[in-house]
Design a protein around this ligand. Structure first.
Ligand code: NAD
Length: 393
């Protein structure tokens, strides 16, 4: 069955992501079957989808007729074996390799050999999911961002065995769904969750070193065009969630010091200071949900930004982002265009890091990293060979 408009789609796992993906597919004209292992979860996902569509209707974005048509296209199923023959199955169950592998094996046994099997995993290796399955070439990652109806980016992730035709067809499909696909290899963190690591890590290290308080560090990054500062952003994401992603990349890269989790974040998590959801993280939150005592120190901010790179939150962070991005490109894991698009759409960065590096000058960035490497030896700041090459060295 081809990935055509209107083809049957199934979604396994009806949590935050599965419900959103089902909504996107049904809105794009597909018949969608939704399944969850927990009793009543698929039905409550449909109720959430209806609520989301009703909010769009209230804003005049869709008509009531469209709302009804979209909802009518969504059905629920009780068992994997009861899913209709599908052109595409998207798996969005909890992040656990054995669970996902079992689902893929059962899907392979019941669906056609041409059914495209996609995983929405954030951190697991797509190749490991495909290994041992019949026709592993049709297995790939379709990594949607939260919430799927609102976020335009989809990382289309290839495992070792994924067929280029499947990548092409899936990219075209999600583009027809109004999304922007970027292609990448199945490497730790894919594009966004890999390149973004130093955005958080640098601020945490400067906080620990006493360079400035959290509010001043966050204000520095906002002054460079980032929508939120890194520390307030980790409070929003959840310190536990952010630490888990960072730790997973660190482990999967053989504990590369570039991705080493920080003591400050581990302590926050150990103390249960997970961020906004617990009322305390890097910041303390008042009853109104706003951080308490979060005034930046304007004088300190003016001293830091534009000063020596070791204590300039912007230069230090951007240099590390550029280094990550050019490294990913040099390893052949994604194109320059896809890395820059992913970082702008997936994280809201003001510029793509590769283009940003060109603007600053790769030689300048390489010098900044060399200075950081001298100040903080141990490998975290080693300039990537790809950066040296771009700098003409
Ligand atoms: P969630 O906990 O909201 O939902 C997971 C759902 O899967 C639950 O409803 C659960 O009952 C169901 N489930 C568990 N085991 C199952 C099984 N064997 N068969 C069928 N259903 C099963 O999780 P989520 O946030 O929607 O995440 C789902 C996937 O998407 C994970 O792989 C996650 O890494 C990935 N992801 C999450 C986000 C995010 O921000 N939440 C973003 C991108 C990707």
């Amino acid at each position: 069955m081809a990935l055509t408009t209107g083809a049957q789609v199934s979604v396994v796992g009806a949590g935050a992501m599965g419900a959103g993906i089902a909504q996107v597919a049904a809105t794009a004209g597909h018949e969608v079957a939704l399944l969850d292992a927990a009793t009543g979860a698929a039905e409550s996902a449909v109720a959430r989808i209806i609520g989301s569509l009703q909010r769009q209707e209230a804003k005049g974005r869709i008509s009531s007729a469209t709302l009804e048509e979209v909802v009518e296209r969504i059905t629920t199923a009780e068992r994997l074996e009861a899913l209709p023959p599908s052109a595409l199955v998207v798996e969005a169950v909890r992040e656990d390799l054995p669970t996902k592998r079992e689902i893929f094996a059962r899907l392979a046994a019941t669906q056609d050999a041409t059914t495209v099997l996609a995983t929405n995993t954030s951190s697991l290796d797509v190749s490991a999911l495909a290994d041992g399955l019949p026709s592993p070439g049709r297995v790939l990652g379709l990594h949607f961002f939260n919430p799927p109806p609102a976020m335009r980016l989809v990382e289309v992730v290839s495992g070792r065995q994924t067929s280029p035709d499947v990548v092409e067809a899936a990219s075209e499909l999600v583009a027809r769904w109004g999304k922007t696909p970027v292609r990448c290899a199945s490497t730790p963190g894919f594009i966004v969750n890999r390149v973004a690591r130093p955005f958080y890590g640098e601020a945490q290290r400067m906080l620990m070193a006493g360079v400035a308080d959290a509010a001043t560090l966050d204000a520095a990054l906002r002054s460079a065009g980032f929508r939120m500062g890194p520390l307030e952003l980790t409070d929003l994401i959840g310190q536990d969630v952010n630490l888990a992603v960072g730790t997973s990349v660190w482990e999967q890269t053989g504990r590369d010091p570039r991705y080493a989790p920080t003591a400050v974040q581990r302590e926050l998590v150990a103390a249960g200071h997970l961020g906004r959801k617990t009322g305390q993280g890097v910041y303390r939150y008042g009853r109104d949900g706003r951080p308490v005592d979060a005034e930046p120190d304007a004088q300190r901010l003016a001293q830091l930004v534009g000063g020596p790179v070791e204590t300039d939150p912007v230069a230090r962070t951007v240099a590390m982002l550029v280094n990550e991005a050019v490294d990913l490109v040099a390893r052949g894991e994604a194109s320059v265009e896809d890395v820059d698009t992913a970082m702008v759409l997936g994280t809201g960065y003001p510029r793509g890091p590769v283009a940003w590096g060109a603007e600053i000058g790769y030689a300048v960035v390489a010098d900044q990293l060399a200075a950081l490497d001298r100040a903080f030896p141990g490998g975290r700041y080693r300039p990537s060979p790809a950066l040296a090459e771009r700098a003409g060295r």
